[in-house]
Design a protein around this ligand. Structure first.
Ligand SMILES: [Zn+2]
Length: 181
């Protein structure tokens, strides 16, 4: 039996022939990013290699425990990363990288990063509702978890306006018409 994760991987391969999934800890680029992040955060950011799934260009880089995740969890995460794959395809890697990392600020007010992530987290919310029922993204704790991604350290404090993020979240949720699973 093919689960929804495997089906999504096959669909993405059909859509983007050079799409691939690579383990982050086996990538020289990501080991280098890891070392840079330790440097710029004075040692506080040590979890990059084993905490975040990261998409660059046509590649989704995953943590070493990826294969131990449930197929549903991998599916929901890959739905988020698929949005980034399409953003890279639309904007090209150099444009996407500059906008994502630097514009207008690398930390504190990262407008483009927040916009790219809003688009991707909207997909996370929709996929979570599809897999676990709308009551999960509809819960206060899930809403807080998503909004904290924007306001906290994980993405460099990319967007500080909580009320705006809450309105965005509720707007996405309101467009989902799955009742429950
Ligand atoms: Zn993302």
């Amino acid at each position: 039996m093919v689960d929804r994760y495997e089906r999504l991987v096959a669909d993405l391969r059909a859509e983007m022939p050079r799409f691939r999934i690579v383990r982050k800890d086996r990538s020289r680029l990501h080991r280098a990013i890891h070392i840079v992040l330790i440097g710029v955060t004075f040692g506080r950011m040590r979890s990059y290699l084993d905490s975040y799934q990261t998409t660059i260009g046509k590649t989704v880089y995953v943590t070493s425990d990826w294969d131990d995740w449930s197929a549903d969890q991998r599916y929901v995460t890959l739905r988020h990363e698929a949005v980034h794959l399409r953003q890279f395809r639309k904007l090209t890697l150099p444009v996407m990288a500059v906008l994502y990392i630097l514009v207008p600020l690398p930390m504190g007010l990262a407008y483009f990063r927040a916009r790219f992530e809003m688009e991707a987290y909207a997909e996370t919310i929709r996929a979570a509702a599809e897999v676990w029922g709308k009551s999960l993204p509809g819960s206060a704790s899930y809403r807080k978890y998503v909004i904290d991604q924007f306001m906290g350290a994980s993405y460099g404090w990319m967007w500080p306006f909580r009320a705006q993020l809450e309105r965005w979240y509720d707007r996405i949720l309101a467009t989902i018409d799955v009742v429950d699973v």
